[in-house]
Design a protein around this ligand. Structure first.
Ligand code: DI6
Ligand code: FE
Length: 413
């Protein structure tokens, strides 16, 4: 059989925001070229210095003149609940009439309403619904998505959710990271016996999920309406026993010390973090964990307590920004909208917000070695935009400025 040399792609005439740590905001470089081979970035630099074997006429080389367009790493949405059935627009109406999120949850609505709808759905239907949301995300330059379980809360449905997430990654040009969120809410079968539910998560579900490699991390909803710090510890201890990294829905509605707790386990990330205290910020810094900001949930619940952004900056805690895409508190698939909100509501600079959906989001998923930056050796997952400056991505909302995506080195126009 003749050996077919691997296809190569050279992007020229690019305005590059590499998100490399160059000291320049965005790692900006004009008139840049990016050389891609075997799905990876082989060379990045000024167009005038393209190595000779990448010149026009070289074999197996596709050249793409970008006409000065902006190139960024493909966006990464590092916190989503993409797989679910049903909608909760009636709760939206209730909340607008003054009923609180906690009261809705206490009345059997909230997360448990989505659990009922998800259990009643089929695996095929869950796949179709999630695929639509994923396609929406891809139109905004997303090339990586984290997806949590947590709307099944029984063995079959939790496994189904994770299988659906894995299949999306096999069938769409997007990298998927899966997370087991069995500790999302207490299912009705266990009402009155919280300890038994935690026991089942730790003794049955986490071992099975680790064994079948269905999830790459374990999360919990640590809140007064969710699980306590002590219960969260039990779940985390089980995750550690099975070599699964942890992350946490931490300090969203109250200060339960969630950020410090997840940092103790050297977790990937503490997510929400509106109520995170000074001790929590320092603990995240020491552990190297990422603070994931979720401004859509903050906005949607009409919250007023903002995350301690100045303290995160001061202690150099990396900040990521994600959609939290879910049917209750963050009914959105628009990561760009969330980046805009992170600037307007939380005071991030556009450079910080975009780092939050590229290099820092990659770190929140443990992908920092080969994703989230445009630099040599990284996977060639890129977004090419019809703008010439990164701030334009966040400034105007309404239509997607995406021109094309590159996934795993393939040009997807
Ligand atoms: N993420 C979650 O998992 C919960 N809140 C959040 O920000 C609950 C989502 C829901 O109401 O379904
Ligand atoms: Fe969430």
């Amino acid at each position: 059989m003749p050996l077919v040399p691997p296809a190569r792609l050279l992007l020229t005439n690019a305005t590059l925001a590499s998100f490399q740590d160059t000291g320049q905001a965005y790692g900006l470089m004009t008139d840049a070229a990016i050389a891609i081979a075997d799905g990876k970035i082989a060379w990045v630099g000024p167009a005038a210095h393209v190595p000779p074997d990448w010149k026009a006429g070289s074999p197996n080389l596709r050249r793409q003149d970008l006409g000065g367009r902006l190139v960024t790493p493909g966006l990464i949405d590092c916190h989503t609940h993409l797989v679910f059935a049903g909608d909760r627009s009636t709760e939206f109406e209730q909340r607008l009439q003054g009923v609180s999120y906690a009261d809705i949850a206490a009345g059997g609505g909230g997360i448990l309403a989505t659990v009922r709808a998800t259990r009643e759905s089929s695996e095929e239907r869950l796949y179709e619904l999630a695929a639509e949301r994923l396609q929406d995300m891809m139109t905004e330059g997303v090339t990586g998505v984290e997806i949590k379980s947590g709307y099944g809360l029984d063995e079959d449905t939790e496994i189904q959710m994770l299988r659906v997430a894995r299949r999306l990654g096999e069938n769409f040009p997007v990298r998927i990271s899966t997370t087991f969120l069995g500790a999302h809410a207490l299912p009705p079968e266990y009402a009155g016996d919280r300890a038994a539910y935690i026991e089942w998560l730790c003794q049955r579900m986490i071992p099975r999920i680790a064994e079948e490699k269905l999830a790459g991390a374990v999360d919990a909803y640590c809140e007064h309406i969710g699980f306590s710090p002590a219960e969260t510890r039990q779940v985390f201890d089980a995750a550690v026993r099975h070599d699964l990294p942890v992350k946490l829905h931490a300090d969203q509605l109250s200060d339960l010390g969630g950020a410090a707790l997840v940092a103790e386990y050297c977790g990937l990330s503490a997510d929400h973090v509106e109520y995170t205290n000074a001790r929590g910020v320092k603990a995240l810094a020491e552990a190297g964990s990422v603070a994931v900001l979720l401004p859509y949930a903050f906005y949607s619940l009409g919250e007023t307590r903002k995350p301690p952004v100045a303290a995160f900056r001061q202690h150099q805690v990396p900040m990521a920004v994600a959609t939290d895409c879910n049917p209750g508190t963050a009914p959105t698939s628009s990561l760009l909208t969330c980046l805009n909100m992170a600037c307007v509501q939380f005071g991030l600079t556009p450079a910080e917000a975009l780092a939050g959906a590229t290099c820092h989001a990659a770190r929140a998923l443990g992908w920092e070695e080969d994703n989230g930056q445009v630099s040599r050796g990284m996977r060639a997952d890129l977004a090419v935009w019809d703008v010439t400056h990164p701030a334009q991505l966040l400034y105007w909302r309404g239509s997607s400025p995406l021109h094309a995506r590159v996934f795993d080195g393939r040009w997807l126009g």
